[in-house]
Design a protein. Structure first.
Lengths: 284, 497
């Protein structure tokens, strides 16, 4: 590397970082605001057949109407709320199960650790969607709750494996030995040393998995295994618009854009977060 | 121009061309043309008593195999391989005389033994034919000579000729017909490439009129969009199952294609479990029937296509009467009826909804309509297999959406053990009496009566009759347009030179 590069790169890099971080924050906040807004107000009642069949976008219906004459914009706005609910719910469940399992494996005897690691590897070998489909199929009826639970379980394996590796690395540090020697309990070590150290990396992973969960929920709903109608999940909107893609393409395009913007926003946010909390990256 | 006016124009054009075509185009078609038919229903095998699915009937009924009778495109039952038949005074003995000069594709002549063999194939223990039950009154089949078949029944069965129109006459020397065939029809099987196509070639030894084309190929697709695209790219000449009005926009208003709406027998219904509360109460059923704006529903699903019928009987069945006036849309009277039935604040129930179009959308429409009269409907999405076990076999449901495709299936309301559990002794008696009627008129009168009673009872919530839409390249004419769930006669199709 030349001297000039060394001087200019970090600055340019930092400004680019903040652009992506801000873009991520804006996109995600937009969805959060819209999602919260739908709790108190939507342009139309989501199940009201307020317009005609497949109306084109107009001042009354900004994104047009579906086959039953329901307002697309209302449905897509509610879709934001559902995607966020699923994302938060699935990541929370995945984190609770995954971090616990991962820490357990990190602290466990070699035999138990190996067994857990092997089990996690097997679980990760299954596509997230497939695990989620199995969980939904096993429950009596498909609901929003069953979709969240299914995705949470599917994500937990990824979280567990990451936690295990991170925690193991921390446990080798001298200050752990020091803490141990000074009589700190294992639980104390977990909360005062391990978790604070692995938290930055985990939180970036959670953000990425939030995006994964949003896509997986759309896929589940597309397959009819997600939240049942009339929950306006983007996946279900896409599925319903499939037959009318030639005559009213906006019905498929609009939920597609909504889904993509949320997932890209989350990814930009995660990227930005990683860069800002990782001191080694920041210095480079 | 709106969809409807374009369509009407097209239908009018078609009718006009159909009226003049015998004069104007009599010599203009290619007698050796290959007709390529696009279909979504590939058969599982080639034997309709071995669980081959509806696709085999579409390809083989009337084309490769013929029966003693034929259900024509107009909906009438006409003799085919039977030249004549006599019914005994008590209606229990049918004597059929077979047509002369009929040979199988293998060259063997048609004999009475083949007919006996063919009927017994359908009624056999191992048969998976959907017609098995309707032929269960047959006690014996005798063949006094090569041209005569005598069928004895345990009870009168006025629909015997109709039911026999679904019994393929197969050569009794043909060992296994799951992958090959030996019928008497105007076409013989040329090749079946599993997963893609089934081709039929003109049979030169055919006893009747020669087909107006040389070869017919059924091309199979797994998805409706691919099917439409095949017609757009000229990979097929005709498509038989248009699934939504929106895919039609590509063909209407384009002179390269002809869009025809025929008479369908497919009914979209909300079936209640009439055994369980609150659906055992006729007032509740009538209230829910009045709560649904069916015209608006039909328009949402099918645009300007389809028909409202007000009961389970399509206009092509002889016992059809227009019953749309019974329990017409009236939310106010629906609320009154609910109050009278003891549900002034409504109630809550679950609709088991098959996961394929249009059921989930219909369910949401119903949910919103029922909410207006205070009834809360939950939607439970299930697969077709789950529907079969949970609803059809175990009868473990409150209400369900389903499309019923058959002709003349009002008889299901005469069976209290059927999945919807409708049990009105008067209807059971009328439907049983119709089957043992002495004449077709008596049968029609009884079933018309039954039809009116089930409508008054609001036994189920009959939402609409699907349209039957066929789209073809405009140089292809002469295909059937009605009741295409079980047959697609290809021998009259002409392709312009």
């Amino acid at each position: 590397m030349t001297a000039i590069d060394q001087i200019t790169t970090p600055a340019r890099r930092r400004s680019w970082q903040s652009v992506t971080l801000w873009a991520g924050i804006i996109l995600v906040s937009l969805h959060v605001i819209v999602g919260l807004l739908t709790l108190v107000w939507t342009p139309y009642d989501p199940s009201a057949m307020a317009g005609g069949r497949l109306e084109a976008p107009s001042w009354l219906h900004w994104v047009g109407t579906d086959r039953l004459g329901r307002d697309f914009l209302t449905q897509i706005m509610i879709g934001s709320r559902i995607a966020l609910t699923v994302g938060i719910g699935a990541v929370a469940i995945g984190a609770a199960i995954g971090v616990t399992l991962g820490l357990l494996a990190a602290f466990a005897s070699k035999f138990l650790d190996d067994a857990l690691a092997a089990a996690l590897d097997i679980l990760i070998a299954f596509p997230t969607l497939l695990i989620a489909m199995l969980v939904v199929a096993a429950s009596e009826t498909a609901t929003l709750g069953s979709a969240i639970l299914a995705l949470g379980i599917a994500l937990s394996a990824i979280v567990a494996r990451l936690t295990r590796i991170l925690a193991k690395r921390v446990l080798l540090m001298d200050y752990i030995t020091a803490a141990r020697t000074s009589g700190t309990s294992w639980l104390g070590i977990v909360f005062s040393h391990v978790l604070p150290n692995i938290w930055p990396t985990l939180s970036v992973s959670f953000a990425l998995q939030f995006g994964l969960a949003a896509i997986a929920e759309a896929s589940l709903s597309y397959l009819g295994l997600g939240a049942p109608p009339p929950n306006a999940s983007w996946g279900r909107l896409l599925q319903e618009a499939q037959g009318t893609v030639y005559t009213a393409p906006i019905g498929a395009i609009a939920p597609g854009i909504a889904l993509v913007s949320l997932v890209i926003g989350i990814n930009l946010l995660a990227d930005g977060l990683r860069d800002s909390i990782d001191p080694t990256r920041r210095a480079r | 121009m709106s969809l409807i006016s374009r369509r009407n124009l097209l239908v009018a054009t078609l009718l006009a061309s159909a009226a003049f075509s015998p004069l104007a185009f009599a010599q203009d078609y290619d007698a050796d043309a290959t007709i390529r038919i696009g279909s979504l229903y590939e058969p599982q095998n080639l034997d309709n008593t071995a669980g081959a699915g509806q696709g085999i009937n579409e390809a083989f009924n009337g084309n490769v195999y013929e029966a003693l009778f034929q259900l024509t495109d107009a909906g009438t039952v006409e003799p085919k391989l039977s030249a004549d038949y006599k019914v005994s005074e008590d209606g229990l003995t049918y004597t059929f005389t077979l047509k002369d000069g009929v040979t199988f594709h293998s060259g063997e002549p048609l004999t009475a033994a083949d007919v006996k063999y063919s009927i017994e194939r359908v009624t056999a223990e191992t048969s998976k034919s959907s017609r098995k039950k309707s032929l269960s009154t047959i006690t014996s089949i005798e063949t006094p000579d090569d041209k005569t078949v005598v069928i004895t029944l345990s009870a009168r069965s006025i629909s015997l000729p109709y039911n026999l129109s679904y019994v393929w006459i197969v050569n009794d020397k043909a060992a296994d017909i799951t992958a090959t065939e030996d019928g008497t029809g105007p076409y013989k099987l040329e090749e079946w490439r599993r997963g893609s196509a089934l081709s039929l070639a003109r049979f030169d030894g055919y006893w009747g009129d020669k087909p107006t084309n040389g070869e017919v190929v059924y091309q199979y697709f797994t998805d409706a969009t691919a099917l439409n695209n095949a017609l757009l790219t000229n990979a097929v000449d005709v498509i038989t199952s248009v699934q939504s009005p929106d895919s039609l926009a590509q063909f209407t208003g384009n002179s390269a294609y002809t869009v025809t709406e025929g008479a369908s027998t497919t009914k979209e219904i909300l079936a209640y479990n009439d055994r369980v509360a609150p659906f055992d109460n006729v007032k509740v059923r009538k209230a829910l029937a009045r709560a649904v704006d069916k015209a608006k529903l039909l328009n949402s699903i099918w645009g300007d296509y389809g028909t409202l019928i007000g009961s389970f009987v399509p206009p092509t069945d002889p016992w059809y009467v227009d019953l749309t006036g019974v329990d017409a849309y009236n939310p106010d009277s629906a609320k009154e009826l609910l109050t009278e039935a003891g549900y002034p604040d409504g109630f809550e129930f679950t609709i088991d909804t098959p996961d394929y179009d249009p059921h989930p959308l219909v369910a949401q429409f119903l949910q919103s309509e029922f909410a207006k009269v205070g009834v809360k409907a939950n939607i439970n999405i299930i697969t077709a297999n789950e529907w079969y076990t949970k609803v059809y076999q175990e009868k473990n449901f409150q209400a369900t959406l389903q499309e019923h495709v058959n002709h003349r299936d009002i008889v299901f309301y005469g069976n209290p053990d059927f999945y919807w559990g409708y049990n009105n002794p008067e209807v059971v008696k009328l439907i049983a009496g119709a089957e043992s009627a002495g004449s077709v008129d008596e049968q029609t009168a009884k079933l018309t009566e039954a039809n009116k009673i089930i409508a008054e009872d609001a036994a189920s919530n009959w939402l609409y009759l699907y349209p039957q839409i066929v789209v073809s390249a405009s140089n292809v004419t002469g295909y059937p347009v009605n009741g295409l769930n079980s047959q697609f006669f290809a021998y009259g199709i002409q392709k312009a030179k």
